[in-house]
Design a protein around this ligand. Structure first.
Ligand code: GH3
Ligand code: MG
Length: 327
């Protein structure tokens, strides 16, 4: 074990060093209390409280700031026990009161051994907690990510859509959503095989991520269908964004098994509307109808959901009366 003694009193430092060397430990002595990177190279630090250039408490504070976790045993003179308890609060493992009969020197090796066991236990715990945190982050990511395309999955999209609808309702903000379907995607599977289809889905997902803003939520809705939530976005702006996506994909060169292919997207767009499209289902249904329209109108296009104008009640009545009389 390598121990650093920081003490301006050379006599005290030598006495402690002699005692610790009897345990077979390697000792270095310094009177420079400035925390530095070389502190990391020691297994232990024996730190004196009262030094002219800096107090042991200042050294502990600085070590904390610099994230030097080398365990410290604090040494004080008589009457400084309150300071010693401050040192413990700042992370020192233990403290020893220097007595004139030098009894503390006899206790020193055991105090260091006990502190080392405690330090090893704490370091193991810290490592395990970090690993657990990493595993949790990974799990969290998996819960919300479509594994194949690495964009949000259906579960996340539905969750987020609920949140965005509440926000739009509460703050009277616009909200849009689009459903995207790859045109004739099945042909890629049929001609080049399923793995080639998978690679194409991934490439399209990447393009969607690259072409949208960081505030938009891009996810895989199902099969070859993607869904994007555009928070705080007016329909005409969302339409421009969708057309940018459509254009980007239509201009992209896809290489599938060394074959150059061109693909296109059909996109259906719908917006939140506080009177009759205020639920996730109703907005998605509207976007789906618009997508159907885009497919019907020839694909490679963006269609905005169009309201079917409701005729006033009196007019509806008169028109049905007139149809009854017409042949
Ligand atoms: P269109 O949408 O233009 O009407 O034609 P399409 O050929 O794209 O027809 P459709 O959207 O119905 O076909 C979707 C195909 O996507 C069918 C299915 O086999 C394929 N598919 C769904 N999920 C996956 C997947 O994870 N990987 C691959 N490779 N194919 C998938
Ligand atoms: Mg399709």
């Amino acid at each position: 074990m390598k121990i650093l003694i920081i003490d301006d009193n050379a006599h005290h430092a030598e006495l402690a060093a002699c005692r610790l060397e009897q345990e077979g430990w390697k000792i270095e002595i310094t009177d420079d209390p400035t925390p530095r990177d070389s502190f990391h190279h020691f297994d232990f630090i024996l730190l004196d409280f009262s030094m002219p250039r800096a107090s042991g408490i200042d050294v502990l504070k600085k070590m904390k700031e610099m994230e030097i976790r080398t365990p410290v045993i604090f040494m004080t003179g008589h009457g400084n026990e309150i300071i010693a308890s401050d040192a413990i609060k700042l992370g020192a493992y233990d403290y020893l009161v220097k007595d004139t009969q030098l009894v503390y020197l006899e206790r020193l090796p055991n105090v260091i051994r006990e502190a080392r066991s405690k330090h090893e236990l704490l370091e193991t715990n810290r490592f395990l907690i970090q690993e657990l945190q990493k595993a949790n982050d990974q799990l969290q990511k998996l819960t919300f990510t479509d594994e194949m395309t690495d964009i949000y999955n259906y579960r996340f999209l539905m969750n987020q859509l609920g949140t965005e609808i509440s926000r739009a309702e509460r703050y009277k903000k616009p909200l849009c959503l689009c459903l995207i379907d790859i045109d004739f995607f099945k042909q890629i599977n049929d001609k080049y095989g399923h793995p080639a289809g998978d690679a194409t889905l991934k490439r399209i997902a990447d393009i969607l991520k690259e072409t949208t803003r960081s505030v938009d939520f891009v996810g895989r809705y199902a099969g070859d269908e993607f869904l994007i939530i555009f928070p705080d976005t007016q329909p005409q702006d969302a339409e421009r964004l969708c057309d940018r996506i459509r254009q980007k994909v239509s201009e992209e060169k896809f290489y599938v098994k060394n074959q150059l292919l061109h693909l296109s997207l059909s996109i259906g767009l719908a917006s939140y509307n506080s009177s009759d499209r205020r639920t996730s289902d109703s907005i998605i249904e509207a976007a789906d109808m618009a997508l159907y329209q885009a497919k019907e109108s020839g694909r490679n296009r963006v269609e905005m959901f169009q309201e079917i104008p409701k005729a006033p009640a009196s007019k509806r009545k008169s028109s049905s009366q007139s149809s009854e009389v017409s042949p």
